[in-house]
Design a protein around this ligand. Structure first.
Ligand code: GCB
Length: 600
């Protein structure tokens, strides 16, 4: 169980937010043991006083920002620092809590304020924060110096895991040479990937809200629980408002059920003329001295799974969507609003109604857009590349469980999130699935498999079977004619054994944009088209039975480690990395709009 909530920082009449995005001072610790920063306590003084610094944008991966190949491929600690003036009113008002929050940093982070350590956090993709009120009050005349050291080393204890391999043969490798082995297929981007900010709350504050929704006939039911910190008793007022700001239900207890007459349900994109309907739940709590207001968007919907169907609001939902990555030129995995909005426009243009957050939790800002636009999400944790590590042991599993705790804590209230994925192609699943089900009884749980249906250890425990397959690509390369028989067999075997609905969670082929051949050959746009179409023919036979979705691998080309099977990254995108369509994008567009009309 985690300590406290992790509500997304929002401004309100009682809360202020100050973004610290922009240019930070930066230095990679290139010393042989990567430990000079700690030995010389770089956090104690300004970073520029302990050695050379460069300017580094936040949020962004640092890898592609400079012309230096050692920084692109750097493994170890990097140091970020910036100074900020904290508004005097925040400091002088003893009733104000000031919290420093990092949206995500990749992977291990330690944070100091004015040379004093305030927190550390293991793992990327998820937020962490520290209250720094007393620290900034100690010397209110000084600007506040924030130092963040981030280490991207992956080991058997991290998620995703990796190994460090030292090459000690001095006839073949330079002194100190080592490599970071990874077991996943995307570039190991690092740095501060999401916004860093300061925000305030009053001393007595709304710490967490849990919302579960349901409906009966025309009445929506919002079961909620509010936790308040900082006072034994506080008066609470919970108001649910519709889009026009009209109160539709209210209460004054910390937990309860709000009843909404003539409910407007949250519907997926293309399933309803008004998708993504959100109410606002205003939680207002006060004591004689403090008042705090936090407003949470709430979508009222249900999710259920039968033997053959996935139901949203009791209606069959067919996933026609994409797998994504947080990935783009220059900024790597750094949050970028222009990219986010462009991607949503492309998703809608495609007629896609869903995506899977392969292979890690995406920014909350993205999930909020999904809530608003009705894009359905399979929310995946960073459990990727764990099958290939034979010695994958308990220490990693216990960290994996904590990551699931943090993921559910962060994303539990998003109506767009309809299912948790505990891992991609893992080796040991059962504990994770049970743990996640205990954390959230309202959502189905899955993991993504590519293993043999007969040997699979996790399938008996999941609600939905998610299968990746690459027929006529990794298997029988160049032989498109195997797809009908192999894909049919795949579906029949999995369904036959487990009697659970199936999502084709990955399928696809690399295509270099502009490369053409007819008859099709691998890596041409024609081959990608032909492969997708063969898959689609089988989907169409099975989708009326128990196949409940298809997610193309991948929405866009993305960067990977250098390898002989990757030509500047993975090219299975239907869009290029710059988000221009390949021929396959038009095939999927036609198909998805047809599916939307048939099933929507
Ligand atoms: C997979 C992985 C994905 C890879 C993809 C590929 O099964 O889940 O991360 O990128 O195959 O293209 O090889």
């Amino acid at each position: 169980p985690l300590d406290g909530g992790m509500l997304f920082p929002r401004e309100s009449s009682s809360r202020e937010v100050k973004e610290l995005n922009g240019l930070w001072d930066f230095r990679a610790d290139g010393s042989p043991n990567r430990n000079e920063g700690f030995e010389k306590a770089w956090y104690k003084r300004r970073l520029a006083e302990t050695g050379p610094v460069i300017e580094m944008p936040v949020p962004a991966s640092y890898n592609d920002i400079t012309q230096d190949p050692t920084l692109r491929d750097f493994i170890g600690w990097v140091w970020y620092e910036r100074e900020v003036f904290v508004p005097a009113r925040w400091i002088s008002d003893e009733g104000t809590r000031v919290i420093l929050r990092v949206g995500s940093a990749h992977y291990y982070s330690i944070v100091w304020v004015n040379g004093e350590k305030v927190t550390e956090h293991e793992g990327g993709h998820l937020p962490f924060e520290a209250e720094i009120s007393s620290l900034i009050r100690r010397d209110p005349t000084k600007p506040c110096r924030i130092t963040i050291a981030v280490n991207n080393t992956l080991t058997l204890e991290t998620l995703p895991p990796g190994t460090i391999q030292y090459m000690n043969d001095r006839t073949r490798y330079p002194d100190g040479f080592f490599v970071q082995n990874i077991y996943f297929d995307f570039f190991n981007y690092a740095g501060i990937h999401r916004p860093v900010l300061l925000y305030t709350t009053p001393k007595v504050y709304v710490d967490d809200i849990i919302v579960e929704t349901n409906f009966m006939d025309d009445t929506g039911l919002v079961r909620y629980k509010v936790s308040v910190q900082g006072a034994a008793t506080a008066t609470l007022k919970v108001t649910l408002m519709d889009k026009d700001g009209h109160c539709v239900a209210s209460s004054n207890t910390p937990s309860g059920v709000l009843k909404v007459v003539d409910v407007k349900l949250w519907w997926p994109y293309l399933m309803h003329e008004n998708p993504g309907y959100l109410y606002s739940m205003e939680v207002r709590q006060h004591t004689s001295t403090y008042e705090d207001v936090y407003t949470l968007p709430v979508g009222i919907r249900t999710v259920n799974v039968t033997k053959t169907q996935f139901l949203v609001n009791n209606k069959p939902f067919y996933f026609h969507g994409v797998n994504k990555h947080e990935d783009s030129d220059i900024r790597g995995k750094g949050l970028d609003w222009a990219l986010i909005v462009k991607d949503f426009n492309l998703i809608k243009w495609l007629g896609a109604n869903s995506f899977r957050t392969s292979h890690y939790p995406y920014a909350e800002e993205i999930l909020q857009m999904c809530d608003r636009h009705g894009i359905v999400v399979i929310d995946e944790c960073p459990g990727v590349g764990i099958k290939d590590i034979r010695s994958f042991g308990n220490s990693s599993l216990s960290h994996h469980l904590v990551v699931m705790d943090e993921l559910v804590r962060r994303d539990k209230n998003h109506p767009s999130v309809v299912m948790w994925s505990v891992a991609n192609e893992p080796a040991s699943e059962m504990t994770l699935i049970k743990h996640t089900k205990a954390l959230d009884h309202t959502r189905p749980v899955t993991y993504i498999t590519d293993s043999n249906y007969a040997r699979d250890k996790g399938a008996p425990f999941v609600d939905v079977v998610c299968v990746n397959s690459y027929f006529s690509w990794y298997h029988d390369p160049g032989h498109l004619e195997v797809i009908p028989i192999q894909l049919n067999a795949q579906f029949e075997n999995w369904y036959g054994k487990y009697k659970k609905p199936i999502i084709q969670s990955e399928y696809g082929a690399d295509a270099l944009p502009g490369l053409h051949m007819d008859p099709p050959m691998m890596f041409t746009e024609e081959y990608q088209n032909a492969l997708l179409q063969s898959y689609h023919d089988v989907f169409d036979q099975k989708r009326k039975q128990y196949v409940i979705g298809e997610l193309i691998w991948n929405f866009a080309d993305f960067m990977t480690a250098q390898a002989i099977h990757r030509v500047v990254g993975n090219k299975k995108g239907i869009f290029t990395r710059q988000r221009q369509p390949k021929a396959a994008a038009f095939i999927l567009r036609k198909r998805y709009w047809r599916l939307a009309n048939e099933t929507g």
